[in-house]
Design a protein around this ligand. Structure first.
Ligand SMILES: O=P(O)(O)OC[C@H]1O[C@H](O[C@H]2O[C@H](CO)[C@@H](O)[C@H](O)[C@H]2O)[C@H](O)[C@@H](O)[C@@H]1O
Length: 276
């Protein structure tokens, strides 16, 4: 974990200080504070804002289709489909435990840092995001890991919320997809990185607008993750997904500095910015 405020922009959005971008295999573009001249940084900033605007304009139903493909619906997904999905996924992402010896050999003499996702990794996926509790056994396992390696939890959620679920003060927490990073509270020199603070009023404004716009869609849920927002589709009838997506797009078209991206039955609104 780095203490600088370098920013990584990827197709999933933005992360700060080397935080992993959950779910993103995209190549990042790095904008380094010290390397950029003021003029160069300003033009880069404009470029990113232009990119964000273009992304928002070109957003179409394709991401609803992608979300549908990545998230078989409750009604269609019988046990057999679930097993198929799992096998396909496991083929693409074989367990690291199967390669334990190679990993141990490759890490000899290197510093190991553990980066863990929260939802669907440390906690089960549940319909109500506020009830995604972690088991005591999982908490004990993470506590053990943190005794041996610096350990960070990287999440799309608000950092405080993840901390409240996990409750281990010895960890690093990267909330809002890396926009809000804090080191162990036992260390007074601990890093605190919040490169997007200037956008908090915009995020709050968009949160209120989205809550109002989506209240007519049963099951829709807008979650305020502080430096980004999530619009949850999981409990919405699939027939209404396109309508809901259109509503979300209509709102963010007025905010070109925000980027819309997608997760599993969730849409994220992520700020794009760079530090100068
Ligand atoms: O980066 P992550 O920690 O994986 O965060 C991604 C999103 O996770 C949460 O939503 C997901 O889990 C919910 C609870 O199990 C589930 O209801 C939802 O359908 C999933 O998408 C979180 O609520 C979001 O804000 C995060 O962006």
């Amino acid at each position: 974990m780095t203490t600088s405020q370098d920013v990584v922009v990827s197709e999933m959005g933005i992360g700060a200080g080397g935080a992993a971008m959950p779910g993103s295999g995209a190549t990042g573009i790095f904008a380094c504070r010290s390397a950029a001249s003021a003029a160069g940084a300003m033009s880069m900033r404009q470029t990113y804002l232009d990119l964000a605007a273009a992304a928002a304009r070109s957003a179409s139903c394709t991401w609803v289709e992608a979300m549908r493909a990545s998230s078989p619906t409750r009604s269609h997904a019988g046990a057999a489909t679930d097993v198929d999905d799992l096998s396909t996924w496991m083929r693409k992402h074989p367990s690291a435990l199967g390669k334990f010896e190679q990993i141990a050999a490759a890490s000899k003499g290197k510093k190991i840092v553990m980066f863990l996702d929260y939802d669907g990794t440390l906690s089960p996926i549940v319909p109500n995001p506020d009830a995604a509790y972690m088991s005591d056994a999982m908490r004990a396992a993470v506590r053990d890991v943190a005794k041996h390696f610096p350990t960070a939890i990287v999440s799309g959620r608000c950092r405080d919320k993840v901390y409240n679920f996990v409750g281990l003060s010895e960890l690093y927490y990267a909330g809002s997809h890396g926009m809000d990073i804090k080191g162990p509270s036992s260390n007074p020199e601990s890093v605190l990185c919040q490169p997007a603070s200037e956008f908090l009023p915009v995020i709050d404004e968009v949160y209120k607008v989205l809550v109002e716009k989506t209240k007519s869609t049963p099951g829709a849920n807008v979650e305020n993750n502080k430096f980004c927002l999530s619009v949850h589709f999981r409990c919405v009838d699939e027939k209404r997904w396109n309508f809901l997506a259109e509503q979300v797009k209509a709102v963010i078209k007025d905010y070109p500095m925000l980027k819309l991206t997608q997760g599993r039955k969730v849409s994220y609104l992520i700020i794009i910015t760079i530090t100068i």
